[in-house]
Design a protein around this ligand. Structure first.
Ligand code: KG4
Ligand code: ZN
Length: 342
């Protein structure tokens, strides 16, 4: 049995959690900086680092109080070592190492994407390896063959924008707040797919995705509607949102199905911020039923960045002894370089 404190600070969320290998998630605290960055339309790295610094210790204290534990009750401390923003990562790495040194606890560096990949293990319905994973976040759209925990083979990727980025950039064109994925999803509930937007690379025959063409298509659509004197509001806005959501989720669905068919895998994990999209979940559930595979997601509240997935990945690595101590951060870190844990 092991209790591991997880620290996530790779981007604009300060996430803290304590995971117990027997009892699961014991406590979680999260602070989102979204309001701070919204006025700039994206994350400002220096402001992010400073805000992590302000929030990280109070959030750790709160998490310990919630779980009724002291630092001396813990077995290890895990932190996101990359990929992410250099300064933001350094805040988490420094706090993890200071606490580890002061309390004589092992400190475990975790790959942020491994956290997302394993986050469905925090759900009641947990996948076993091997599985295919579609990792869709603000920075990534990847298809990853997970042969075992730690053994990750990237078999599909985007040529340009990530799926989350496509949601965010088109949302911005529609005047929606940052990050726009959830606002598009909310509007789409009232919309119809009136506008047929392109599904890039759908027939490319491989697992490559591309979303930058969608931006241009949405911009052209908005300009054409404006030229016709149509206001981009109410039902028109909802219909554009629905059309965007359908285009993005269609591409993700078809590419995931191709990956499943090419590898013969029977389990599919969908994780990362975009996996919170309910239209995507409905489409994937239908596809899974039709093709006799199982599909797994993180709990809805743990799709976007959080400490729980880092504590979980840390606990798995601590229990197996598969981690290398380092007081370093890796703003760019290749997931496939990790290697299967024993
Ligand atoms: O995993 P995440 O928190 O951060 C990264 O590691 O990038 O993902 C954030 C992304 C954003 O692009 C956001 O717009 C998107 O997830 N997102 C959604 C939804 N909720 C968050 N996209 C579509 N539908 C949603 N409901
Ligand atoms: Zn993330």
């Amino acid at each position: 049995m092991a209790k591991v404190l997880g620290i996530e600070s790779s981007c604009d969320e300060t996430g803290i959690a304590i995971y117990d290998t027997n009892d699961g998630l014991l406590a979680e605290t999260l602070y989102s900086q979204i309001d701070l960055h919204r006025q700039y339309g994206g994350v400002v790295p220096e402001l992010a680092s400073r805000d992590h610094l302000r929030k990280i210790i109070p959030l750790i204290d709160e998490c310990l109080i919630k779980s009724n534990l002291k630092l001396s009750d813990l077995d290890a401390i895990a932190y996101t070592a990359g990929p992410g923003l250099n300064g933001a990562l350094l805040v988490g790495a420094s706090v993890a190492n200071a606490l580890g040194l002061a309390n004589n606890l092992p400190v475990i560096p975790i790959h942020h994407l491994e956290g997302h990949l394993l986050s469905p293990l925090l759900s009641a319905d947990k996948p076993e390896t091997p599985f295919m994973a579609l990792l869709v976040s603000g920075g990534h759209s990847q298809l990853i063959a997970v042969n075992a925990i730690g053994s990750y083979e990237i078999i599909g990727d985007t040529l340009d924008d990530a799926a989350g980025e496509a949601f965010d950039k088109t949302a911005k064109m529609l005047g929606l707040p940052y990050p726009g994925g959830k606002y598009i999803a909310e509007l789409a509930l009232k919309g119809n797919e009136t506008y047929k937007l392109p599904r890039p690379m759908l027939h490319s025959g491989d697992l490559t995705m591309s979303f930058s063409g969608l931006k241009t298509a949405v911009l052209t659509l908005i300009n054409n509607l404006k030229a016709e004197g149509v206001a981009i509001e109410n039902q028109v806005l909802a219909d554009i949102a629905k059309s965007i959501e359908e285009a993005i989720t269609d591409v993700l669905l078809k590419k995931s199905l191709s990956a499943i068919q090419q590898t013969g895998m029977k389990r599919l994990v969908v994780s990362g911020g975009v996996s919170a999209n309910l239209t995507l979940r409905r489409k994937f559930d239908e596809m899974a039923k039709k093709h006799h595979i199982e599909v797994f997601y993180p709990p809805l509240s743990l799709c976007t960045d959080n400490g729980a997935m880092i504590a979980l990945a840390g606990a798995i690595r601590y229990a197996s002894g598969s981690y290398d101590y380092s007081y370093s951060v890796y703003p760019r870190w290749d997931l496939s370089s990790l290697g299967a844990i024993s």
